[in-house]
Structures are given as structure tokens and as C-alpha cells.
Design a protein around this ligand. Structure first.
Ligand code: NAD
Length: 339
């Protein structure tokens, strides 16, 4: 599906993975400065040819900007990639550098959107809100299966005290929790808030709730697998709103099944690219691992929607267009990922 906007401008930009919820924000931000060509298709080797005739493309997290795709983009004349996300694990930055393709992200939009969603997932799972709603709708007002625990007084382990991790920490501090954290780069604000930095193993051992807010990269892929899950308290709740590849899903399900973990709140899934953001109602679900995830009553799942607030969509669109503005003016973007 194509829709061409703003025909009068200099830079022609193909926006991959363009969804109805973000299009009005992109249109407003672009305001006749760029010609945006919108497609719901994800970027892949099969769809890369759609960028023919454009100078730049704009991507979301489900797009594939691996080396072979980037090479093809280069032959089509693409010199700029504007990411509509903070995370950039879907882009081979090394290959982009070699090919001379500029890449910029949206480093900060609304950290509140993601942190608040993490808390929403935690509360929904702990207080059994989905099950409670189901019972009410079937006129069953018994409470026997709905017992949760107070968050107040619990120990919360935050992995990654960057922008989102800090907002999450502040919200959890308001609940009256004890905060511990692991991050190779410690920040002063954490210390002044009373957050205690500990080793990763100690965080796993001491936490009642663990929330992941670090990027996915070679150091963090499967950072949480069988050995780490084994260290956690049996009633611990693990929250992942960061990237699916940080957690080994198979090991997570095994730990839940064996009663070695209390629950999991997931907004991301390691194989989400094949599923999320699209309507698969008429398809057979062939991903057995995901079938196990969604049928496990100790797991609550959303489909990478943590960012989905009005403020975040405005922020993403504005910064994406500012990145394009810089390139159009022949300047480097302040959010350039390749120095
Ligand atoms: P940020 O760069 O501000 O913070 C990331 C923090 O992680 C930094 O403090 C960094 O030092 C730390 N870190 C790096 N390696 C680490 C490691 N091995 N162990 C522990 N900490 C480590 O990023 P942010 O804006 O807070 O975003 C965090 C992540 O959230 C992003 O990388 C992205 O994957 C994810 N995210 C998800 C959504 C969503 O909709 N679900 C939206 C936006 C961002």
C-alpha cells in the first residue's frame, strides 16, 4: 500500500513499516519539508527495491537492515537511514559505515511510555487483572485465584540505569521498594536516589522483581538464560520491555514450568520480527515457542507496544524529521550513530 505526501520537497524518503497510528504524527512533523512515501512493508531483501528513487529511508524495529540489505540499498542510492526507534540492534552499523550510509536514531522520546508500560505489566500480572476481568465477565465473583503481593517493601533489580531504567526506578521508588541495579556505567543520580549498584549475580539473587532496560548487543544477548534464572528467587517476576534477544525464552518457560520463577512480563520476544505489528488472525501459528509463551498463565505478553503513547509518537516523528532535516541541509545529524 502506498500513499505519497508532500510532493514539493527535496528529499524523497521511503518510510518502511508505516502504521496508521504513527502516520498523522509523521505527516505533521514533515510539514512539506520532505516527500514521504509510506509503505506498510517491512524492509527486507524482498522489499528493498521499493526504495528505488529515494534518497533516504525511515525504519522501525521490525525492519531488517543487515549487511546484504544495506549493500542493495547503497546500489539504489540510499545514503541516509533514519531510525524511528532508540534501539538499533536491527541495523548492521559496521556494514553501514563501510558503505558510507549515515544512520541516526531517536535516542530519547518518551522514556515514561516504556517505563509506565513495564509497571502496567507488572501490576496486571501480580494482581491477576486479566484473570479477574475474565471471571467477572462470566459472573464468577470468587477471589480464590487472584491473590497477589504488595510491591511496597520488595527489592527491585534494574538492569540498565539509562533513560528508561531511571524513570522505571523513580516510579518503583514511589511504591516504597528497595532498589538495586546493575549497569557497567553507573550514574550519579542513581546513587543520590539511594539505588545500590551490585553485581549481576547479586541482583538475580536478591530481587523480587527484575526489570531489563539495557540494549541488545553481543554482550547482552541471552544475558538471562538457565544459569541466571536458577539464581533468581522462586517467586521473582521478570519484566522485559527492552529486547527479546536478551532473554532465552525456552529457558524462561522451563524455569516457570519447574516453579523456579514466579512470572514474566514481556513486551518483546526474541522471534518477534515474524509476528509483531501485523495481523496474523488468518494464519496458522507455526512458532511453537511463542505458542508456549502465550498459553502460560504465569506470563503476560504485549506485542512491542510499550512505546505506544501520543507523546512518544510525537517525539519519534519530530526527531526522525529533524534527522532528515540535518541531512537535507548537508549537515551531520546530532543523533548520528556512526561517528
Ligand atoms: P539508554 O541508552 O538510555 O540506557 C541503556 C543503559 O543500559 C545504559 O545506562 C547502559 O550503560 C546500560 N547497559 C549497557 N550494557 C549493559 C549491560 N551489559 N548490562 C546492564 N546495563 C547495560 O537506553 P534507553 O532509552 O533507556 O532504552 C533501553 C532499551 O529499551 C533500548 O535499548 C531498547 O532496546 C528498549 N526500548 C524498548 C521499547 C519498547 O517499545 N518496548 C521502546 C524504546 C526502547
Amino acid at each position: 500500500m502506498y500513499l505519497t505526501l508532500h510532493l514539493t520537497t527535496l528529499m524523497k524518503v521511503l518510510v518502511y513499516s508505516a502504521h496508521p497510528y504513527e502516520i498523522p504524527f509523521l505527516e505533521t512533523a514533515a510539514a512539506k519539508k520532505h516527500e514521504l512515501v509510506l509503505t506498510q512493508n517491512k524492509l527486507s531483501l524482498e522489499t528493498v527495491h521499493l526504495a528505488s528513487g529515494c534518497q533516504a529511508i525511515a525504519l522501525f524495529t521490525g525492519d531488517d537492515a543487515s549487511a546484504p540489505v544495506l549493500e542493495k540499498l547503497k546500489t539504489l542510492g540510499i545514503r541516509q537511514i533514519a531510525l524511528r526507534s532508540a534501539g538499533f540492534d536491527h541495523v548492521d552499523l559496521g556494514a553501514a559505515k563501510k558503505l558510507g550510509i549515515n544512520v541516526a536514531n531517536v535516542p530519547v522520546y518518551s522514556p515514561y511510555a516504556i517505563a509506565e508500560h513495564a509497571v502496567a505489566l507488572l501490576m496486571a500480572l501480580n494482581r491477576k487483572l486479566i484473570e479477574g476481568q475474565r471471571l467477572i465477565r462470566s459472573n464468577d465473583f470468587r477471589l480464590n485465584t487472584l491473590v497477589g503481593f504488595d510491591i511496597h517493601g520488595r527489592t527491585v533489580g534494574v538492569i540498565g540505569t539509562g533513560t528508561i531504567g531511571m524513570v522505571f526506578s523513580k516510579i518503583m521508588k514511589g511504591f516504597g521498594t528497595n532498589l538495586i541495579a546493575y549497569d557497567p556505567i553507573q550514574n550519579n543520580e542513581s546513587s543520590s536516589m539511594g539505588i545500590e549498584y551490585v553485581s549481576l549475580d547479586e541482583l538475580f539473587r536478591r530481587s523480587d522483581i527484575i526489570s531489563i532496560h539495557c540494549p541488545l548487543n553481543d554482550h547482552t544477548r541471552y544475558m538471562i538464560a538457565a544459569a541466571q534464572l536458577q539464581l533468581m528467587k522462586r517467586e521473582c517476576i521478570l519484566i522485559n520491555t527492552s529486547r527479546g534477544g536478551i532473554v532465552n525464552t525456552e529457558d524462561l518457560l522451563d524455569a516457570l514450568d519447574r516453579g523456579h520463577l514466579g512470572g514474566a512480563c514481556l513486551d518483546v520476544y526474541e522471534k518477534e520480527k515474524a509476528l509483531f505489528f501485523e495481523d496474523h488472525q488468518k494464519d496458522l501459528l507455526t512458532d511453537d515457542l511463542f505458542a508456549r509463551v502465550i498459553s502460560n498463565t504465569k506470563v503476560i505478553v504485549t506485542g512491542h507496544q510499550a512505546f505506544l503513547t501520543i507523546e512518544a509518537l510525537q517525539g519519534i516523528s519530530n526527531t526522525t524529521i529533524e534527522n532528515l532535516d540535518s541531512w537535507q541541509a548537508g549537515k551531520k545529524s546530532p543523533n548520528e550513530l556512526i561517528p
